[in-house]
Each structure stands twice: as C-alpha cells, then as structure tokens.
Design a protein around this ligand. Structure first.
Ligand SMILES: CC(=O)SCCNC(=O)CCNC(=O)[C@H](O)C(C)(C)COP(=O)(O)OP(=O)(O)OC[C@H]1O[C@@H](n2cnc3c(N)ncnc32)[C@H](O)[C@@H]1OP(=O)(O)O
Ligand SMILES: CC(=O)C(=O)O
Length: 526
C-alpha cells in the first residue's frame, strides 16, 4: 500500500526559472531545508546534463544525511533507435546512485512525431525499455509524462498507452504533467480520474502555473485520486513557475485533513521558504499564500476591530500552523483598534487609553495625508508611537545641523561631502563623510558622528533605498518619499522620510533607521 508522495522539484524544475543558478553547495543547503520540511522526495537535478548536477549527486551521497526525504535523479527515456543499457544519459542516472529515478517521457503524439522525430511505437518502446532497465537495477521509477493533458485531449488512446507502457514495465508512479501550464482544474480532474480508471496506474501530478491554476489543478488531481504531487518551493519554475509545494501541502493538510508532513515541520514552512529564497537570491513574495510576510497582515481598521475580539474572525487558519505571524498594518485606513493591536506588537499596551489611541491615530492620518506610509515602515511607526507617548531617552543624539556639498568637475564623476554636527555622550561631534551621491555622503557622516559614542553602529548597514515622487504634477516642487531598509545582519527594518527635498527626506529616514537599530540593539543614550 502506497502512501502519498510530496515530491519536490525545486532543484530541477525550479532551477529552470530565469535567473536561478544553483551551485552544488546551494543545492546541498536546499536539500537540507527540504528534508526539514518533511517532503518525501527531493529531485536533485539531471546527472550527466551538466557537471554541477553530476557533482551534486556524488557529494550528496557523501554529505547528505536525509531523515525524511529520498533523493531522486531526473533524466529522459533512452534515445530513439538506441538501447537503455548503452544510453549514456541513462547510465548517468544509474551512476547517480539514487533510490528513485524520474524519467521524462513523451505522451503527446505531436511531440513524438515532430520533436522526437520518431514513431509512436518507438516512443512506447523507449518508455518501456528505460523503465524496465532502471527497475532491473533496483531503482524505483517515476515517469513524468510531458505534455500529458494536451496529448490526452488530442489523442486520448495514445496518451493512455504511454501511461500503460510505463506501468507495465514496472514504474511506481506516472506523474501527469501540464507542461505548458494551460489546463484548468476541471480538465485536470477529469483526465486524472479517467487515467486511473482506464489504466490502474498510480498517478501523480506536475503542474505549471501559466493559467494561475497550478495549485488548484494539483488539488483537483488529488481529489480525482492522484497520490503523488510535484511542486517547488516558492513556486519557482519555467515561465510563470510550478505549483507552490508549500501551498499545496498546507491546503491538503490543513483544509483536507490529509496527514502529509508532521505538523511541527509545517510549522517551520515560513522559515524554510524564506531560507530557500536566500539561497536562490529571489526576495520572498510578500503576498505568497501561507508563508508571505503579508499573508496574515491586516490593514483595514474594521478588520482590526474584529480581530481584537477574535483573530479567527479575519484569518483562515492560525498563522502558527505554517510558522507565520499575524501583523497589523498602520496606515490612513487604520482605526483605534489597529493602533492598539500594532502597539501591542511593540510591547506597548494602550488598551483603554482612548485619549492616546485617538491622538496617535490622528497623527498617523495627518502624516499619511502628507505622504508618509507607515504600513511599509513599521520601524518609523514604532518611533512615532514612542515619541507621541513621550518616551524618554528615545533620541540617542541631539542634532545640531547637517550640510551637503556636491562637487562636479568637467569630465569627472561628481563627489558629495556631508558634514553632520551632533551632541551625544556629553560632547559636540563634528563628522564628515564622502560619497558618490549626497545620500551616500550623509549616511557616511552620520555613521562617523554616531560611531564616536555608539560603536554598535558598525553592525548596521543600509540595504535598500527607494524614492518615490508623490505629486509628479508639481515637477521639481513635488513631495519626495524615501523608504530606507536597514539591517543588523540578522533582521531588517524600514523607515520612511517625506519632504519637499529628496536629501531631507533621506536624512529623516536614515536617522530613524539608525536610531531604531541602535535602540533595538539595547543601546541607551550615552
Ligand atoms: C519538460 C521539461 O522541463 S523536461 C526537463 C528539461 N530540462 C532540460 O532540458 C535541462 C537539461 N538539459 C540539457 O542539459 C540538455 O538539453 C541535454 C544534456 C539533456 C541534452 O542536450 P543535447 O544532447 O545537446 O540535446 P538537445 O538539448 O539539443 O535536444 C534534446 C534531445 O533529447 C531528445 N528528447 C527530448 N525528450 C526526450 C525524451 N523524453 N526521451 C528521449 N529523448 C528525448 C530530443 O529529441 C533531442 O534529441 P536530438 O538531439 O536527437 O535532436
Ligand atoms: C517534466 C516537466 O518538468 C514538465 O513536463 O513540465
């Protein structure tokens, strides 16, 4: 009796996404994360296709101690007119030494005749020979039937014959692939049900997201009887990507009551999805279901007022089930409940303090009207809140003045120099900084000045700087909004500045970013 396969192809199909390029070390790291998530299969790549993938399997055999997952090597059926035993890429699949081998096979007559340029019969023989050869060498074989659904609609009998050829040769599972991603969930459901009824195959599903339906189609396939689902972390993959495996697993487990991964592993899904995005170097997508930073973020005041009574009134699961958190966003759509709940996130209890809630809310609305955006700048909101509540010892220095000069000489790059004068640690500090632009120079001077009294500033780094002109109709008189992201290496926070002058807006965001970071590091005014 088979269980259910949660089959990850992040390192194979996911890596087919434009801009993803994984080293062997990256793949070993991703494999460990996937094992922590509790997937049953990790497809590591195509041995023999490139040196990286070949080396990955060699190193994985030595270095990976997987606890929940089984490693799979991916490749194609033997070449037309050849034999599996002598086909170099089939041999490379065996040499990879994995317990599972996944073969991509044609099941669409158009592909057989026009892409493979062979006969229907030879394609069936390619499938049967290759599967039988691998099974004879002790491998568990999954067959990915490429373009299955398009092929099924064109010539159902041939598509089913390909599935049967795989099953009769000993394949453990035939994963039906929506390679072009053009199917809708109902089509997938009906075809999967027919394949199971007609061939008796154990069926899997592999969907691409070109219609935005990859997850829905995967769910439909499972409802129709598929017991093996393929997908990638963060939905990486060719074109618009593959089915997002975490979403599929969370849907099946939390909504359909299926027991796929141990609950404590699913509770690590957000961390794992984000850790893998560090490896791929693609920033996490905040609106991603379940694991996105915004998946349980609430902006509207009416939502907040109901959430204050019971969070379940406005969320579909407990975010902890997938390792995420509920967050309040404060903006011009906030009400008093939003302010109260957001303040609570910062350890400030304003429950029952109607005067303070009304004062903070009024100030937020006024500032948002002037161009501030606190839902994108939590750190600035926290500083604003503490300032409005009169928190003592918040400011780490008294700013006397700052000044910028930019020197542009013909033919040379312009150079900016900033001077900052502050009072801290009982002294007046005058510091200068140079940079290839005014903000860069200002950042440098501010760091020099604060660094005299607060050496902890060395840990802080400006990692993102975004500018938006808010009223373009005014041309150079427009209001400028600057968002700055600062990091201490472990986490990051965003601050906002708004002014008629881009440098002044930057100064405000920079100073708040540094003040917030130093306070977060536990620094008190010296
Ligand atoms: C649907 C999918 O995403 S499947 C995964 C696709 N992934 C990749 O292609 C990434 C890795 N691929 C590669 O590195 C290369 O394409 C290789 C090493 C596999 C092959 O490279 P080459 O030998 O130069 O062949 P090329 O890429 O030009 O063409 C693929 C060949 O495989 C054949 N082929 C395609 N599908 C299959 C199949 N299911 N079974 C057997 N042969 C196949 C094609 O007909 C073509 O044959 P030809 O060389 O006789 O024309
Ligand atoms: C096999 C595969 O990746 C596909 O058909 O999309």
């Amino acid at each position: 009796m088979h269980g259910f396969d949660v089959y990850d192809t992040t390192m194979r199909d996911g890596a087919q996404q434009q801009g993803i390029n994984l080293s062997v070390a990256d793949k070993l790291t991703i494999a460990r994360h996937l094992d922590d998530l509790g997937v049953t299969h990790i497809e590591g790549g195509w041995p023999g296709a490139n040196p990286n993938d070949t080396e990955f399997f060699a190193r994985a055999a030595q270095e990976l101690q997987l606890r929940t997952a089984t490693l799979a090597a991916f490749g194609a059926t033997r070449r037309a007119g050849g034999s599996a035993a002598t086909d170099p890429q089939v041999t490379a699949l065996l040499d990879a030494g994995t317990p599972v081998v996944t073969l991509v096979a044609k099941s669409h007559v158009g592909h057989v005749e026009r892409a493979l340029k062979t006969t229907r019969e030879e394609n069936l023989a390619m499938i049967a020979d290759t599967v039988a050869h691998l099974v004879a060498h002790g491998r568990t074989v999954v067959v990915d039937t490429e373009h299955f659904f398009d092929g099924y609609l064109l010539d159902r009998d041939y598509a089913l014959a390909c599935v049967s050829a795989a099953v009769e040769a000993g394949a453990d599972c035939v994963a039906l692939c929506d390679t072009n991603g053009g199917m809708l969930p109902g089509q997938v459901h009906d075809a999967v049900a027919d394949v199971i009824a007609s061939t008796g195959a154990r069926v899997g599903i592999h969907c691409h997201n070109d219609t935005g339906c990859a997850v829905a189609s995967s769910m439909a396939a499972v409802e129709a009887g598929a017991t093996h689902v393929q997908g990638t972390i963060n939905g990486y993959g060719e074109r618009t990507g593959n089915a997002d495996l975490v979403t599929v697993v969370a849907n099946l487990q939390l909504k359909k009551g299926m027991d796929l991964v141990e609950p404590y592993r699913l509770q690590d899904a957000t961390r794992i999805a984000h850790a893998i995005s560090e490896v791929t170097n693609f920033p996490p997508f905040s609106r991603q279901p379940y694991v996105g930073a915004g998946a349980f973020a609430h902006k509207a005041g009416l939502h907040a007022s109901a959430i204050k009574v019971d969070p379940d009134l406005y969320q579909h699961i407990d975010p902890k089930d997938v390792g995420n958190d509920m967050r309040m966003l404060v903006s011009d759509m906030a009400g008093r409940a939003s302010i109260e709940l957001k303040s609570r996130e910062f350890g400030v209890d304003l429950a029952g303090d109607d005067e303070a809630l009304a004062r903070v809310l009024a100030r937020v609305k006024e500032l948002e009207q002037r161009g501030y955006t606190f839902d994108a700048a939590d750190a600035s909101f926290e500083l604003l809140l503490r300032r409005l509540l009169g928190e003592e010892d918040l400011e780490l220095a008294r700013i006397e003045s700052w000044r910028i000069m930019t020197d542009a000489r013909g033919g040379e790059d312009a150079l900016s120099e900033a001077t900052v004068k502050v009072h801290a640690g009982g002294q007046r500090i005058v510091a200068t900084g140079e940079g290839n632009g005014p903000v860069n120079a200002l950042d440098e001077a501010l760091r020099q000045a604060f660094g005299v009294v607060y050496p902890e500033i060395a840990e802080l780094e400006l990692i993102d700087y975004r500018v938006r002109i808010l009223d373009a109709a005014h041309g150079t008189d427009a209001i400028t909004r600057v968002l700055i992201e600062t990091s201490d290496g472990a986490s990051s926070w965003t601050t906002v500045g708004v002014a008629g002058n881009i440098v002044e807006a930057s100064w405000e965001a920079l100073l708040d970013g540094i003040t917030y970071g130093l306070r977060r590091a536990g620094v008190d005014p010296r």
